[in-house]
Design a protein. Structure first.
Length: 451
């Protein structure tokens, strides 16, 4: 298994070089570039989320966020990464320095409007087990490198035929999940009925060509799709079949759904709905997890700005090499009324493992209200409620997590702002009392836009 953790000296050196390099780059080459340097200090009275014998700790983070975008006639680059160091003053967890949530795309035109070469790299975090919270001891990392040609052939003004092929390298730091080398092919036919409506026929084939524990793994997907644009919104729907063949288990097949609905100013609200049903293997996970979608379980995560990540964080659950069927629904409703803004969001997720007995079902609701007190000062409240049901592990029963949070933000200057929060979180388990906990935490973060 490949170890993905980078040496501290290397990361520190990269941080310094990145600041210097990216400060000069936009002047010389005219690329779109932004970079934020941030530092946060957090206190918790229950660092290990224990029922009894709780441990206090203070943690500090120092990080750098970089976003880079450049588009030329023959190539374009779109990349972002985050380098972060995490230090625990009472040594509850080992100090970590890591490169996380990296994402990069490089597209190069070989024949303009017909043949190009696309390369992308993603580095996402996963949870080793959904039974534990998002702590340093429970985190793993996944690197995915994709590279290959893409052909676009315009048959006529309404019809387009596309084909792509990729070599994919997947590395997981979780020791129970195999690294794999893959080859995949995609073909798509698109027909534009008019300026607002288009239809598509799509096919995908994915085969593992390297990785002893995942030998013989093949994934096939065929689906039909429609996209309809309308005033202040868009709807897309894909339906088909997915099949996974593997030496790990018998053939797994099921329906494929991908429904997305976005509408602004519907009864004065902005509404977003999404439902996904698909099959994948845990070595590579689902494409949506690379784009920041929750795979369910582990309670309700909350981001550093005080907002709930319910149904929208990048943590997938990796409990070993397996074939996984996922069903997931997300909804978000929001509205801005003068200086006030509120948001109601919810999710439902069902994970079904073919080999392991780790099936889970999760659902939850998040309520947020914020107010801009002045041009530089804002405040908000959050309540979230989530339930995790470990279907194949009845000893744990249903776990209910409630989170109450007050957060605020203050703009100190054009490039410097501060955010703070106070939070109480509690979990109850209807069968396994030792899983219950209560935690109080508070923190403050400074962010400096250096570019």
């Amino acid at each position: 298994m490949t170890t993905l953790k980078m040496p501290k000296a290397v990361i520190n050196f990269s941080l310094k070089c990145s600041v210097i390099y990216f400060s000069v780059l936009p002047i010389v080459y005219g690329v779109e570039l932004s970079a934020d340097l941030y530092s946060g200090l957090e206190y918790t009275n229950n660092a290990k989320f224990a029922t009894t014998a709780t441990i206090e700790d203070v943690s500090q983070t120092l990080g750098l966020n970089v976003l880079l975008k450049e588009q030329r006639k023959r190539f374009n680059v779109d990349a972002s990464f985050n380098v972060e160091e995490e230090h625990y003053y009472n040594n509850t967890y080992t100090n970590q320095t890591s490169l996380t949530t990296g994402f990069g795309i490089f597209n190069f035109d070989i024949i303009e409007n017909f043949l190009d070469w696309r390369t992308s790299f993603t580095r996402t975090e996963t949870l080793r087990s959904s039974l534990s919270k998002n702590t340093p001891n429970n985190r793993a990392r996944r690197n995915i490198l994709r590279s290959g040609p893409n052909v676009t052939y315009r048959i006529n003004r309404a019809s387009t035929l596309g084909f792509s092929a990729n070599y994919i390298s997947v590395e997981n730091s979780a020791p129970q999940t195999a690294d794999t080398k893959r080859a995949d092919g995609n073909v798509a036919y698109n027909y534009a009925l008019n300026s607002a409506t288009s239809f598509s026929i799509n096919g995908k084939y994915d085969e593992v060509i390297g990785g002893a524990r995942a030998s013989g793994l093949k994934n096939i997907n065929v689906n039909l799709g429609v996209i309809r644009a309308f005033s202040h919104g868009e709807m897309s729907f894909n339906y088909g079949r997915t099949q996974s063949r593997s030496s790990l288990s018998n053939t797994v097949a099921g329906n494929f759904y991908n429904l997305s609905f976005i509408r602004q100013q519907l009864f004065w609200h902005d509404i977003s709905l999404q439902y996904t049903q698909d099959i994948s293997d845990t070595s590579i996970g689902f494409k949506s997890s690379e784009q920041g979608s929750l795979l369910g379980g582990g309670g309700t995560p909350v981001n550093s700005n005080g907002g709930s990540n319910i149904g929208g964080n990048s943590l997938g659950v990796v409990t070993g090499l397996d074939i996984l069927k996922k069903r997931q629904f997300n909804v978000s409703i929001s509205r801005v009324i003068e200086s006030y803004q509120y948001n109601v969001s919810g999710f439902w997720s069902d994970l079904n493992y073919k080999v392991q007995h780790n099936d889970e079902r999760s659902y939850g609701l998040s309520l947020q209200l914020s107010r801009n007190i002045s041009s530089s000062l804002s405040a908000g409240i959050l309540y979230s409620h989530s339930i995790d049901d470990f279907l194949d592990r009845p000893a744990f029963g249903k776990e209910t997590t409630n989170t109450y949070r007050l957060n605020g933000g203050y703009v100190l200057s054009k490039k410097l702002d501060m955010s703070t929060y106070i939070q109480f979180e509690g979990r109850e388990d209807d069968r396994y009392q030792i899983r219950e906990y209560e935690e109080f935490s508070t923190g403050v973060t400074l962010k400096w836009a250096i570019l």
